[in-house]
Design a protein around this ligand. Structure first.
Ligand SMILES: *Cc1c(COP(=O)(O)O)cnc(C)c1O
Length: 485
């Protein structure tokens, strides 16, 4: 199946090449020329791994036997064989995406991506090893490390800002085992680490490190179609759960509310709808960084505003890269997308044509919720539904409530839950009681004691694990560090 750039349909590759390249040569994102057809009724009868093989295989048909790859990616790695369970809270259904090896929703995609990359490499006869380079502000780093650890033919190197990630996130990364992993702190903030990674890519020649180094560079970030495709599965899984519980009949539409940052998660929901799943409204939930709320409501995307640091840091984003794919899908106009992205780059904002704005409003609704609102929601949902949300999930829950009260739409609502409460123990605890201290590990224990909710196994005992990666370097030394791998 052919993919082309969102900005120019002449840049066309097959699905294996799209996964290997990540980004199109003109800076656009790869989109399928035509969306495949799948047998939705059959899919909804299957278990999660079969669903994943069917859906990912339909979107990425050039990569090999998808059933084998899906089994290698997921089997035995998640808390449950269904990967992403749903919980009926009595009010909304919560779709738990955080039952993977690092307790982050990114596990769903980052367990699969290494299998896709290595299989694509084989299909294309690529001989060099691949080096995955990532700068992280927290969650992506650990999920990528866990996904790529000991995968043959790949190395992974993660840079994080020294002092710029939480104690839990740091402990998760520096204790990562595996023969092919490297983790290093960088003096500076996340932007410095990110710029350092971009500079390494810029120093590369034809995607290879300089000085005859045989490693081929790639990234694990969410613009890769190999990260997006696996996320479609859990929308089908959630729908199948509602069917099985008798809460809906086949064909009934269901609304989904998604805590959104880079727009990857919610775009996967839109793709599920295009593949035939009966999805109603997709509700885009933001925190105080409400660029997307404004965009969906007004048609103007304007990133010229301060970035707020919030209690839901994975949504602290001003430029949501995957939105570019939606603009393409709904307009079918690569020249328009290229022009809008150019405008965003040079002027910091763009306004979409009225028809495109209307097409977006037809499928999406948007709202936002600040930190105080998220904390109040954590407390309320715990009290009323006896369900423990993290800050990202609480943001979505609050926006889902706003949606229902403002529109009166009473179709079943699925709220996507993207992190375990134990990934953000201080924030969650502070929503439930006033004194929290500042030792994150003590906060975890206190949260468990207070709520009776178990600490996920991968986070428990983290403090006692051996630290394997303790280096801190200057940002100018990042290329040198990578050359030594
Ligand atoms: C990455 C992330 C999000 C945002 O997902 P996008 O696909 O970037 O929109 C939300 N919550 C958590 C916990 C995340 O890690």
């Amino acid at each position: 199946m052919q993919y082309h750039s969102t900005r120019n349909s002449k840049f066309s590759v097959d699905s294996a090449q799209a996964v290997l390249a990540g980004l199109a040569p003109d800076g656009g994102l790869y989109v399928p020329e035509n969306l495949p057809k799948i047998d939705v009724a059959a899919c909804l009868q299957e278990n999660t791994l079969q669903m994943a093989a069917r859906i990912i295989g339909a979107l990425l048909p050039d990569i090999g036997d998808m059933e084998t790859l899906v089994n290698r990616a997921y089997r035995g790695k998640f808390q449950t064989e269904e990967l992403t369970p749903t919980v009926d809270t009595g009010k909304f259904t919560v779709l738990e995406l955080f039952r993977g090896p690092t307790s982050a929703f990114k596990d769903v995609a980052l367990c699969m991506l290494p299998q896709l990359l290595t299989a694509a490499r084989k299909v294309k006869g690529m001989e060099e090893d691949v080096l995955i380079l990532t700068a992280t502000s927290g969650d992506t780093g650990k999920a990528a490390l866990a996904g790529f650890a000991d995968v043959p033919g790949v190395k992974i190197c993660v840079f994080y800002p020294d002092g710029g990630v939480s104690a839990v996130q740091r402990a998760q990364m520096v204790t990562q085992e595996g023969k092919n992993v490297a983790v290093c702190a960088v003096h500076g903030n996340f932007d410095d680490a990110q710029t350092g990674v971009k500079n390494i890519f810029a120093a590369a020649e034809n995607g290879r490190l300089p000085a005859g180094n045989r490693l081929r560079l790639s990234t694990a970030n969410s613009i890769n179609i190999g990260r997006l495709a696996p996320q479609i599965t859990y929308y089908f899984k959630a729908y199948a759960d509602l069917l099985r519980r008798g809460q809906i009949q086949m064909g009934d539409t269901v609304n989904f509310c998604v805590p959104t940052g880079n727009f990857g998660d919610i775009l996967a929901g839109w793709l599920a709808k295009k593949l035939g799943l009966p999805v109603g409204k997709l509700i885009c939930a933001s925190n105080a960084n409400n660029v997307l709320t404004d965009f969906i409501q007004t048609g103007t995307y304007d990133r010229r505003r301060p970035l707020h640091k919030t209690l839901s840091p994975s949504m602290d984003i001003l430029v949501s890269s995957n939105l570019e794919r939606l603009l393409y899908f709904l307009s079918g106009d690569t020249a328009l997308v290229a022009q809008l992205m150019q405008q965003l780059n040079t002027e910091g904002s763009y306004t979409v044509p009225e028809a495109l704005k209307a097409a977006i409003a037809e499928e999406f609704w948007a709202g936002c919720c600040d930190d105080a609102g998220a904390k109040a929601t954590i407390a309320k949902v715990f009290k009323e539904q006896n369900y423990l949300c993290d800050t990202h999930t609480a943001t979505a829950w609050a926006v889902a409530e706003d949606y229902v009260s403002q529109t009166g739409d009473d179709r079943p609502m699925v709220v996507l839950s993207t992190a375990s409460a134990y990934k953000f123990p201080g924030s969650v605890l502070s929503a439930l009681e006033s004194v929290t201290g500042d030792d994150e590990f003590a906060q975890m224990d206190r949260l468990a004691e207070l709520t009776g909710w178990p600490i996920p196994q991968n986070l428990e005992g983290l403090q006692q694990k051996k630290e394997l990666h303790t280096g801190v370097i200057e940002k100018d030394a990042m290329l040198q560090f990578v050359m030594g791998l």
